[in-house]
Design a binder for this molecule. Structure first.
Ligand SMILES: Cc1cc2nc3c(=O)[nH]c(=O)nc-3n(C[C@H](O)[C@H](O)[C@H](O)COP(=O)(O)OP(=O)(O)OC[C@H]3O[C@@H](n4cnc5c(N)ncnc54)[C@H](O)[C@@H]3O)c2cc1C
Length: 395
């Protein structure tokens, strides 16, 4: 949350510009669909439509420098843009291309790779998915087994990736793979793979709600050119870590959380049988949310320029995911039996929504249970914070 005194005249003017844009372009249908979102990532058709509206101003890529085709917003402008979009219920932008691949290609890619990758992400030609986790490698990501064997001018990939969100929609996948048999981090490499390559098979994994969000992707002797390596061979861990720090800590969640909280308060006001201590609980959440918003702003995560600040990224990840879960838990608690006897008409509006009907707050609750797992579980994030503090103390 930004207080009037925290903004310069130009920044306040920029916020007005963003608000006017949202008032003009964000329609009630888009907002309702966003509130009812059941998946980690917005439905691609919905986010594409929103990106088309943002593109003329470059606001779909505010964090990308002008020389690479983005709007090159300052950290505070980017914060304002994303805070306001979240607060007003704009569709979330798909992160895998715009936030993960494009900045990582700018940081680690050759000029030819930047020229190829970044414009195709920005103009929507490529839709990326993330191939990190494997059946035996989640928290211990450095143990990935998928092997890329070099034969002449090509690598041949064998193995599988799992929990791959949106692989069914993606035409590209980035993968952390092993290029040597040793169990060391310098045996890992980062590769960019065309989903249409021979030997790639996508198998859906259904959620218990019946929805189709993620998949297992199999690679059966998939040939890719050596140019598909991002960064040097053996430097994949550094590339993956850069990307993971973005995934965990570089987004602005404050606006979305505030919107969720306001909706919870509205429901609490209309609650037939208020829960004991409800207003104390709301006040406590409000205070913690404000502390989170101030922290997010202070760390300047919107800038995507602190991507090596891994402990900070972990703190942000723990905080927003657990706050979101607590807001949702209170929503469930005050909703009572209605939660169980969901009206079919309340089904979420996403086209992924192939599963059982449920009202949007319940869908949000289930969706957010996964938030403390994806991007690296919160238990593992706590380990990382502890390790960083220990190192700091030694210095
Ligand atoms: C909705 C969703 C979408 C996802 N999308 C993708 C995607 O697109 N691409 C992708 O690559 N992956 C994706 N993932 C996978 C995600 O990154 C992993 O689920 C996560 O890293 C945890 O790994 P795991 O599931 O193998 O659990 P495990 O690593 O087996 O962990 C199991 C439990 O043990 C705990 N644990 C493990 N190690 C430690 C430790 N050292 N200290 C304390 N506790 C520990 C964990 O916290 C967890 O509670 C997604 C996951 C979800 C839920």
């Amino acid at each position: 949350m930004l207080f009037a005194g925290q903004l310069s005249d130009e920044q306040a003017q920029f916020r007005e510009e963003v608000r006017a844009f949202l008032a003009e372009h964000l329609d009630a249908g888009m907002v309702a669909a966003d509130d009812a979102q059941r998946s980690m990532v917005a439905d691609p058709e919905r986010s594409k439509a929103w990106i088309a509206l943002l593109r003329p101003r470059g606001w779909h890529a505010g964090h990308i420098a002008k020389e690479f085709g983005g709007a090159g917003l300052s950290p505070i402008e980017n914060y304002i843009l994303h805070y306001e979009m979240g607060l007003h219920g704009a569709p979330a932008l798909p992160p895998m291309g715009l936030y993960y691949v494009a900045p990582t290609a700018i940081e680690f890619g050759t000029q030819a790779q930047r020229d190829e990758i970044v414009p195709r992400v920005l103009d929507g030609s490529d839709y990326w998915c993330q191939g990190f986790s494997e059946p035996g490698s989640g928290s211990d990501l450095a143990s990935v087994a998928m092997f890329a064997e070099r034969r002449g001018d090509a690598y041949f990939l064998n193995g599988s990736k799992i929990w791959t969100t949106d692989a069914q929609h993606a035409n590209k996948i980035f993968c952390l793979v092993r290029t040597r048999r040793e169990n060391t981090r310098d045996a890992l490499s980062f590769m960019l793979v065309d989903m249409a390559a021979a030997g790639v098979t996508v198998r859906p994994i259904r959620l218990f709600s019946g929805d189709h969000d993620f998949n297992q992707v199999f690679f059966d002797d998939v040939e890719i050119p050596v140019e598909a390596l991002l960064g040097e061979e053996g430097n994949g861990w550094a590339v993956a870590k850069f990307l993971l720090d973005i995934e965990r800590g570089a987004f602005v969640f404050g606006g979305r959380l505030r919107r969720r909280f306001v909706r919870l308060c509205e429901r609490a006001q209309n609650c037939a049988t208020p829960l004991a201590g409800l207003w104390d609980k709301l006040a406590q959440l409000d205070i913690e949310l404000l502390a989170y918003e101030v922290t997010e702003l202070r760390l300047g995560h919107a800038a995507l320029d602190r991507s090596n600040a891994d402990a900070e990224a972990s703190v942000v990840k723990i905080e927003w995911t657990e706050l979101a879960q607590r807001i949702d838990e209170l929503h469930i608690a005050i909703s009572g039996p209605e939660t169980l006897y969901a009206d079919a008409a309340a089904r979420g509006a996403s086209t992924r929504d192939e599963g059982i009907a449920m009202p949007d707050w319940l869908a949000g609750y289930f969706n957010n249970r996964a938030a403390s797992i994806y991007g690296g579980s919160n238990e593992v994030q706590r380990n990382l914070v502890y390790r960083a503090l220990k190192q700091q103390r030694r210095r």
